[in-house]
Ligand binder design. Sequence first.
Ligand code: HAM
Length: 437
Amino acid sequence: MITKIKGTVDILPGEVERWQNLEEVSRRVAKLYDFKEIRTPIFEQSELFHRGVGDTTDIVKKETYDFVDRGDREVTLRPEGTASVVRCVIENKLYTSAALPLKYFYIGPMFRYERPQKGRQRQFHQFGAEALGSFSPSMDAEVIGLAVTYLKALQISNVVVKLNSLGDEESKKLYRKDLIDYLTPVKEQLCSDCQHRYLENPLRVLDCKVDMENTILKDAPKPLDRLNSESKKHFEDVRRLLDGMNVTYVVDPSLVRGLDYYTHTVFELLADNTNLGANATIGGGGRYNHLVKNLGGPDFPAVGFAFGLERLILATQDQVTEDEGLHAFVIALGDQAKLQAPRIARTLRHGGLVVDLDHLDRPLKGQFKQAERQKAMFLLILGEDEIEMNIINVKNARTGEQEAVAIQALYPTLIEKIKHEMHQCSGSCESCSGDCE
Ligand code: HAM
């Protein structure tokens, strides 16, 4: 048997509806903040991620799916969306045609060669948003606000927003020096990877997945201690704006994130959820003021985030979702009725109704059973007698009420009945002003 690749999953009907809902909420919330959807290829020149995400990050060093294509090009399956969006903005010169800031969002598969576990796969999906062309702290706050609105819309509670600042290039340089000075005398106590990279990229040592409990790392100097005055002001402004927006957050001075392009604000969103475990990171992001320039574009500051959709699916798993089922199932008895049933179903479908009928030559009882399995709201029963009289019996599956309706009047009658069925109330709600029943 040929099986799927390790770290990938099949998303089957039943589960797909949850994904569609997640994607629908992502699009709806992004629209509220006027972010436009952008779609980039799932593979790019390897150099994009080496330069974009950073050569010494775990993602590029250990996790990318790299291959040489038949034209000898070095290609990488995208491990994240930010570098691709930036490449796309530069290549299409989007900054010349649209008003600034450019605000884009994306939903799609990403690929990282990681050890698969709950909420971690090798092919996974992200919903991400990127705002390019503004250095205003209000852009940082807006992007974090969007992330929080999104989680509210998904009814994910017990969320913590962790916030930190790495500062601008000058502050980062000072901090880098501090960190190397701190790590050099204790380097033997670091994991073997970090012993190699602490000089090249000391920030990555703080993000070490092998040695998370290492007190040396916990006691290391923090980026906030090295912010210059401009960076400090930016961070304070972001905080003030978030306070003004009633977005609660905690400052986590140890938060550095695993990608190299960040400057100033970095943040992560954690959820305390039984399906995910305590304090699971469901999304993260930050400001990246030099990525656009480093990839050959204009000097364009930017800020964004991405959520892992698998983790959001887990976080929302206990929410009850309605399997919508059918508006109607056509039950046909006898050759003549079986000949007419597909036409009736087709007419109703053309009118926008979700309709099905039997294709397994089931007896009457079997057809009723099938209608029930498919959660049909109405049963449309057609026998030889009905055909002779040019009528069809419309039975409400919930109440059992049944009415004979002229075939020509079936569509408008059914629409009325469906509307009524979908709007059940005691007759006193505002939308029907008491005449519902
Ligand atoms: P990231 O933190 O690498 O950031 O990924 C964002 C989210 O993607 C994570 O918080 C997690 O929920 C999800 N994720 C990452 N790897 C996996 C995996 N193997 N399986 C399942 N989910 C995963 C970025 O990717 C940045 N591009 C975010 C960003 C946008 N920063 C600025 N703009």
